[in-house]
Design a protein around this ligand. Structure first.
Ligand SMILES: Nc1ncnc2c1ncn2[C@@H]1O[C@H](COP(=O)(O)OP(=O)(O)OP(=O)(O)O)[C@@H](O)[C@H]1O
Length: 350
């Protein structure tokens, strides 16, 4: 995550200089919701007391299976759907009160942007650009072309929208969100309908935008597709925000699976040493494979003790006279964390 350049120098800046908020200052989050709730007329609570926190500069992966409430949350953020309860702050300002001032700084890709089927991609963008009162009409063409190029639609710019594939439509939606520089981009399932190459390009684009200082909130029901570009992650399940935080923390705090393979004569010593190190669920697997017996354990810290680092476990085993034929420590992936939390697969519909 990057810190805005000059952030610490704002106190000395003249009054007319643009104010660069100090990281950590009040209102510094790009998105903050409190108790955000949506109950539809059907009685279904699609979003249930969600406290979203997207720090500025983050690439926030808003993840969850189909139907878990991501789109409804995003629509509430942007003022497209009225919440039943709760508060939304975008770029430090309350919504919808400050929508007129804030939304021009927010680019959004949400289902079904109003594109005209008989106009080309370029003409559609020109139309959207023209309704933006703050955009200079003399540079309209350059803006549209730059946005089209950025999403890889340059060659198809003059094709009619109705002839676009789903992936091309998705790209045009992205181009519309990129027509002007934004402080925050909200992308709902931007990889929908894209092939693996298109998905890679979206990831690349998200990374580029983030490097340039734009905060990105990107939703997906396909965790693996965007997991790698995220600095932060929020996981929805059944309308609730089940987990949220810096991506690295979410997996680092989970128990690791420790695997040791040693000669049959060293198995007892390995078990004693693993237990002494505070590892739990120490289990000896049946049978000898390649001359070794496998012992598995978990570093679930249920007694509040510090977890031993993998290299310390290996060193302690060696010191205890355990010959290591193989040694492996694996933390669960985000997907496994999700399955652990919800008991269901990630892209299973509710
Ligand atoms: N207008 C509506 N009226 C009634 N129920 C709705 C409405 N919109 C959404 N829902 C329901 O609310 C729940 C959450 O839907 P939402 O579209 O927010 O989920 P999602 O996580 O974005 O799913 P997906 O990944 O499929 O887009 C679903 O059960 C959906 O059927």
């Amino acid at each position: 995550m990057t810190t805005p350049a000059g952030a610490t120098a704002t106190a000395a800046a003249p009054a007319s200089a643009p104010v660069v908020p100090h990281p950590g200052a009040v209102g510094d989050d790009a998105v903050r919701t409190h108790g955000l709730t949506k109950r539809f007329r059907t009685g279904q609570v699609a979003v249930d007391r969600v406290d979203l926190l997207v720090p500025r500069g983050a690439v926030y992966g808003f993840l969850g299976p189909n139907g878990s409430g991501k789109t409804t949350t995003i629509r509430m953020l942007l003022g497209l759907v009225a919440p039943t309860a709760g508060e939304v702050h975008l770029l430090g300002s309350p919504m919808p009160r400050d929508a007129g001032r804030v939304l021009p700084r927010v680019g959004a890709l949400v289902e079904g942007p109003a594109f005209q089927p008989y106009l080309s991609g370029r003409a559609n963008l020109a139309r959207l650009d023209a309704v933006d009162a703050s955009a200079d009409p003399r540079t309209a063409r350059a803006r549209s072309d730059a946005a089209l190029d950025r999403v890889g639609l340059g060659a198809a710019a003059d094709k009619r929208y109705r002839q676009y594939s789903l992936g091309m439509k998705q790209r045009l939606g992205l181009a519309a969100a990129l027509l002007r520089p934004r402080d925050l981009l909200v992308l709902d399932e931007p990889t929908n309908g894209l092939d693996p190459q298109g998905t890679r390009e979206v990831r690349h684009l998200v990374r580029e935008l983030a490097d340039a200082g734009t905060t990105v909130l990107v939703s997906s029901h396909l965790l693996a597709e965007i997991e790698q570009v995220c600095t932060h992650v929020g996981i929805m399940g059944g309308g609730r925000l089940l987990l949220q935080g810096p991506r690295a923390d979410l997996t680092a705090r989970r128990a690791a699976h420790v695997m040791v393979r040693t000669a049959p004569a060293d198995v007892d010593a390995a078990v004693v040493e693993l237990r002494r190190l505070g590892l739990v669920d120490v289990t000896v697997e049946q049978g000898v494979v390649d001359g070794g017996v496998t012992v598995v354990a978990s570093d679930a810290a249920d007694d509040g003790r510090e977890r031993p680092a993998p290299q310390d476990v290996a060193a302690a085993l060696v010191r205890a006279g355990v010959g290591l034929l193989a040694f492996d420590v694996r933390r669960p992936s985000l997907e496994q964390v999700f399955v652990e939390l919800t008991g269901e697969g990630f892209d299973v519909a509710r």
